[in-house]
Design a protein around this ligand. Structure first.
Ligand code: PLP
Length: 466
């Protein structure tokens, strides 16, 4: 392997193809393929990345000003984050959520994936305020959903993720309701299962919407009053808000239920999406649950005596330094993070409008209601093209074929990803979408002119299908 200006390169395409063949997650395989094997002309819109801020200001305001690396930041540091960092993140989240957040309830680790896993392990301890979760207990998640919930909750904690399928047709298409959750909860109970955790992603990935406050009040109130479930609110996209969104973002910590049941409501956030710093792997747990606190900080209680869980996936000293600089930076006298998130809303809205215009012009359908948020996604409805074929052949991408995808959904994915179109989307089947033909397009994964270009290329390809 050699290093180039662009990062790590594998010496030969064969070596890269070998690595690719071993990657278990489809989205990560696509990211790897585009880093190491794809032609420069290919446009990858399948991965939830955000390139908007780096060139606009982050490079100049933050990274160009920091020196690598002060001596104290080569040494061990508190795995769940040093107090100053926890305070700065608590302040940042407090501003985003519209409610004061205490640093004592905020814990860092290496990525939101890890934060979710830490919460799961915390809830499997004694002293959560409800019976401890046990392996095989169930996690209800409205589907489609980010496939990583399966890694976080199933692989090591051994809980079981159960999709609650959103309707895919009709007036309530892709809309969550409290009734849907109640129905799913009762059906699982009748089947002798134990749903103990509800996970809501707000804003939603891949639908991009913010959940309405009234719906959230109803759902939380029901779950807290009539069940012994905990709720995890994944708010990793909380700053990814279009200007003029008519259903504003509502954090779980501002809900009525949070006043009485804070110990059963847990929030996660990280710098990967809103700030576009996905490779840094930063995640935060916001929880008032004493068992979750003990998992994050370790416990001296002789009955459980444990080391902090983030020790194994830490908010390490390198991140502490770089993120500390970001959190302390200023732009024209204003706190950089405040400046950046305001600027980001404008950049996001501009990109959204440009790409929406291109999709509309091309006649490519997507699920979106005027005034709704989109976070960084379009949820494309390509069902009308399923089963159609073009008379010229197309090359398959090397060994990315995911197991278990609907064959027509997979064919269309490959058709668009291969030459001459070379646009990569994420097939909805990867995100547990209940029907084939939907694809996630992340419009912040590339500058908007590239995304608009990609839409034109897709339109040309789709037009050839009969
Ligand atoms: C809803 C959601 N939560 C968590 C993550 C993962 O975050 P991290 O990369 O910080 O582990 C993602 C990444 O796509 C996501 O979409």
């Amino acid at each position: 392997m050699t290093m180039t200006e662009n990062g790590l390169r594998l010496d030969s395409p064969e070596a890269a193809a070998d690595v690719l063949a071993g990657l278990s997650d489809f989205e990560q395989a696509l990211a790897f393929y585009h880093q190491h094997l794809a032609p420069d002309t290919a446009i990858n819109l399948s991965v939830a990345e955000n390139v908007l801020l780096y060139q606009q200001s982050m490079d100049a305001d933050v990274f160009k000003k920091i020196r690598l690396i002060p001596e104290r930041n080569i040494q061990y540091m508190a795995a769940a984050g040093v107090p100053q960092l926890r305070q700065q993140v608590a302040d940042l989240l407090g501003r985003a959520f519209g409610r004061i957040v205490s640093k004592d309830d905020v814990f860092g680790c290496a990525g939101v994936s890890s934060a979710l896993e830490c919460i799961a392990f915390g809830l499997m301890r004694k002293g959560t305020g409800t019976p401890a979760l046990k392996p095989k207990d169930e996690v209800l998640i409205p589907a489609p959903y980010w496939q990583g919930f399966n890694w976080s909750f199933e692989e090591r904690p051994k809980l079981k993720c159960v999709p609650v399928n959103l309707p895919t047709e009709g007036k309530g298409r892709y809309r969550l309701t409290r009734e849907l959750l109640i129905e799913a909860y009762e059906a699982r109970q009748k089947a002798g299962r134990r749903p103990r955790l509800l996970v809501l992603t707000n804003p939603h990935n891949p639908l991009g919407v913010n959940y309405d406050k009234e719906l959230l009040e109803d759902v939380y109130n029901w779950a807290m009053t009539y069940t012994d479930m905990h709720i995890v609110s994944d708010e990793i996209y909380c700053h990814s808000q279009l200007n003029g969104t008519t259903t504003p973002f509502t954090s779980a910590v501002t809900l009525e239920a949070y006043r009485e049941f804070a110990e059963r409501i847990h929030v996660v956030w990280g710098f990967a999406k809103d700030f576009g710093l996905s490779g840094f792997r930063t995640g935060f747990v916001l929880s008032r649950n004493p068992a979750v606190h003990r998992v994050m900080l370790g416990s001296k209680d002789p009955a459980e005596r444990t080391h902090p869980l983030p020790w194994f996936t830490p908010f390490d000293s390198l991140k502490t330094y770089v993120l500390g600089e970001l959190l302390s930076a200023h732009h024209d006298g204003e706190r950089y993070t405040t400046y950046a998130m305001k600027k980001y809303a404008g950049l996001l809205s501009d990109s959204f409008r440009a790409v929406k215009g291109a999709l509309d012009q091309a006649g490519i359908k997507y699920v979106h209601r005027d005034g709704d948020n989109s976070a960084m996604f379009f949820w494309l409805d390509l069902t009308e093209y399923l089963g159609k074929r073009a008379d010229h052949g197309h090359a398959e991408l090397p060994v990315i074929g995911p197991d278990g995808l609907d064959p027509n959904e997979e064919w269309l994915f490959n058709y668009l990803a291969a030459k001459p179109t070379e646009v990569t989307l994420l097939p909805g089947g990867v995100m547990h979408n209940p029907v084939p033909g939907f694809y996630r397009l992340c419009f912040t994964a590339r500058p908007s002119r590239d995304v608009v270009d990609a839409v034109g290329r897709m339109a040309a390809a789709l037009g050839k299908l009969t």
